[in-house]
Ligand binder design. Structure first.
Ligand code: XIL
Length: 376
């Protein structure tokens, strides 16, 4: 079983195109101007595009934080405060966390994390409005496209309204590109895709632009950094989506490369450089949004794991910095004590994974020192 299959089995990355309702042939879906942008263009807010980050300014470093460890482990919050310019909720701003029932929002966990960031003078950002995962059952029971669109737009308006001025950047859409476009077509299967088709992307960006003109609006996705056809195709689709949004006058400010890095794969540095240049010429910047290292195929112990991590993270930075300084570098957690990687992609030898910048005892890894030097 291949690497991606294993990931898919855990339900985190691969949607099942066969679940698509008749009439929405995802496998054959083409990202045409008309399909993606129909109906959204007319309502688009026209806002100037953000400029790429000036050379020489330090790049903010951030980490994604989880509410469940805040009280049980005092060292946890301290680690974010010691190391991060940006502290962002990992799960607490996802649709099902925020919006458990049609008429009910639950802001308390996200509020607490955003307050931790902002009362300590740190920035925070939002993750995420549109995702195939973390959708409540009440939403997926909606079968009328007009109603689904209303819910999506109202959700974005309500959430962005609440956090205006406190979350200065949003992953408006997350993981909307097909996992393997060489086999599945352009866009990934999801509830939003089945009910609204590709236009859920412009609908979401237009709503976000209206709701908070000052927030940076990001398209976030994974597998955008490696060498190979599948990754080339995924990068090309991102660029095509950006162009189509812009052609319709819909604002998008940047692309988030998640950066869940398979330590045994190869980063395509020249391809990343071209990708960043192409985005820059469209007025967009890049950020690394969910960095961690997947060391499940690395033999040996902590030294070998950390050596492999140093190389793969170094190559990612090389490729990203080739087109200028990114908007931010954010890791998906801060300490190996808490990470989704051992749950979803555990090591075959049963030894601990070492995905994050601090080890389980909160000691910085060599790759974290390298990242800090590069961002300074
Ligand atoms: C993961 C979180 O890390 C887990 O705690 C949660 O159980 C599931 O989601 N890509 C994304 C993130 O965009 O939202 C995912 O986060 C990891 C993969």
């Amino acid at each position: 079983m291949g690497r991606e299959d294993s990931r898919g089995d855990r339900g985190h990355f691969t949607g099942n195109p066969k679940q698509a309702a008749p009439g929405h042939s995802i496998g054959a879906a083409r990202l045409t101007r008309r399909s993606l942008l129909r109906a959204a263009a007319a309502t688009a807010a026209v806002v100037p595009f953000g400029s790429a980050h000036a050379a020489g300014k330090p790049v903010p470093f951030g980490g994604a934080i989880q509410i469940e460890y805040l009280d049980s482990d005092p060292a946890y919050a301290k680690a974010f405060l010691d190391h991060c310019d940006i502290i962002m909720p990992m799960n607490e701003l996802k649709f099902s966390s925020l919006h458990p029932a049609r008429e009910a929002f639950n802001f308390a966990p996200a509020d607490r994390l955003v307050d931790l960031a902002t009362t300590n003078g740190r920035r925070s950002r939002g993750h995420t409005h549109v995702w195939w995962n973390a959708l409540p059952a009440w939403l997926q029971a909606i079968t009328d496209p007009a109603e689904a669109e209303r819910v999506l737009v109202e959700h974005i308006e309500t959430v962005m309204d609440r956090y205006r001025g406190r979350l200065d950047s949003w992953d408006v859409v997350n993981e909307v590109i097909a996992h393997d476009p060489t086999e599945e077509g352009v866009m990934r299967d999801s509830y939003w895709m089945r009910i609204l088709g590709p236009r859920h992307v412009p609908v979401a960006f237009a709503a976000a632009a209206r709701a908070d003109p000052s927030a940076r609006l990001i398209l976030n996705d994974y597998d955008l950094e490696f060498a190979g056809d599948r990754y080339d195709r995924r990068r090309a689709i991102v660029l095509e989506m950006v162009r189509q949004l812009q052609d319709a006058g819909i604002r998008i400010d940047g692309v988030g490369i998640q950066g869940h890095l398979y330590a045994d794969l190869k980063i395509d540095i020249p391809a990343l450089a071209r990708f960043g240049e192409a985005l820059k010429s469209l007025g967009l910047s890049l950020l690394i949004s969910e960095l961690d290292v997947i060391d499940w195929n690395i033999r040996g112990g902590p030294d070998e794991q950390d050596a492999a991590a140093l190389i793969i993270v170094g190559d990612l930075l090389e490729g990203v910095f080739a087109s200028g300084r990114p908007e931010a570098v954010i890791t998906w957690g801060i300490t190996d004590r808490y990470s989704w990687i051992p749950d979803v992609m555990p090591r075959r030898d049963g030894k601990p994974s070492r995905p994050l910048p601090l080890d389980a005892q909160y000691r910085p890894k060599p790759w974290f020192e390298m990242v800090r030097r590069r961002l300074a």
